[in-house]
Design a protein around this ligand. Sequence first.
Ligand code: ADP
Ligand code: MG
Length: 498
Amino acid sequence: MRKRITNYIRSGHAGLYIVSPEEARVESELKTVAKSLKRPLWAWSATTGLVDTQDGSSKGGNDPLEAMTAIGALPDDTLVLLRDFHLFLQDGNPVLIRTIKDELVRAKSKGIVLVVLGCRQVLPPELEREFILLDFMLPNKEQLGTVLDNICDSAKQAKPTGDARDRILDAATGMTCLEAENAYALSVIESKKVDPDVVAREKAATVKKNGILEVVTVRETLDDIGGLDVLKGWLLKRRDAFSQRAREYGLPNPKGLLIVGIPGTGKSLTAKATASVFGRPLLKLDAGKLYGSLVGQSESNLRSVIQTAEAIAPCVLWLDEIEKGLAGSKSSGSTDGGTSSRVFGSFISWMQEKTAPVFVVATANDVTQLPPELLRKGRWDDLMFVDLPNDQEREAIWKIQIQRHGRDWSHYDTLALAKASAGFTGAEIEQAMIDAMYAAFAGGREPGMPDLLWAVGETVPLSKLMAEQIAGLKKWAVGRCRMATSSVEKTKGRKIAA
Ligand SMILES: Nc1ncnc2c1ncn2[C@@H]1O[C@H](COP(=O)(O)OP(=O)(O)O)[C@@H](O)[C@H]1O
Ligand SMILES: [Mg+2]
């Protein structure tokens, strides 16, 4: 990062825009750069005006327009840090925009560099070409380690080493230095040491703050999924995909998996279990919340999501019901000025180009809502279609659900239950189980076969209500998707090398 900034400055760029929530870290980085280039660094904010960072002398100019005039009077080769300047750009004040443009021309000839620092990217189109946009990366493990050592020093504690240190730093990735420092300090207060679980909990809370990303605690494993043998096998094969061994073998990082199917067939469940298979954290992205109302906010949100995911990587990034977040992109030209299709385009290109080990798993109920470019070959490692469970799968699901609700499945005739619940999804089987338990509980008995069969009889499955849509979806999937379940004939006859 330091090198990039230095190179831009040395090559005579007059406008840089650094996006980062970490003001202090960026400022100290800029100070180092200024020192190494032997250039003066002035810093501006609306409260202090223009101040020389070396001797503290001030030139006033609290108003952004006045500041521009004051900058014009600075000596050649000065670097100027503009704090929160993006806030003045977001309402597109024409006089200010013009002044900045003029000032940039003047600055260039004098070797002055304007460095806008903001936590978001807000650049009106008029200025987009005038500034080089730089994402200031979240701190790496080494930097988070330095923060950890400082906290340990001030708390008079031994610095964690080896495995314990790795676990703490792993828990801290994705946070800014300040957030990590706060998490470490809180942990020392709470448990007298820096505890990776406390750090992980604090990270989950900070990631959630913007409402777009969430760190999900995963309990689900592949054993919680009945059926879907092909899908499970697919995931298991990629279990070590992020390992050094896989890189050395020459395997590319997996891109991601799109799971399509009717509601209640275990798509979200599988997405969660994916994180268990990889043994890595699960980040859930709410694509619908990506779209902000301010200019450039959606793009900025996406960048921050990607940055966090890449910092936490290897990890699984989960987009549930992707059609909801992207619904606008099909017709966005008319609905939101093309924002969602642009943001969506950026997401797709990130998915294609990413080198960081982030495995994207997306689910969709309704493919008709999805933009076709999302379904094009090569976008994903695979498209999986989850059908209604077959007889064997329903029996497996019954066993899992009976067990999950604290009963021993061997006390039930699971074959009969599977037969009776033909056309049910996994979610409907779970609901029938719960209904049966309520009925039995009210009757003061353990749920027996009659309760379960009664609950099954009471249920009108979605497959009956939506027969046409389901048939349509299935027809769409044939030839486009890999089936998540191997076909019945095959499972009977021979072992499948899925
Ligand atoms: N194949 C399955 N095996 C076990 N349970 C299932 C299965 N499919 C669905 N379920 C149950 O139904 C619930 C809802 O399923 P979910 O994964 O949310 O469906 P979807 O995302 O496809 O709409 C799950 O939490 C689980 O309890
Ligand atoms: Mg779901």
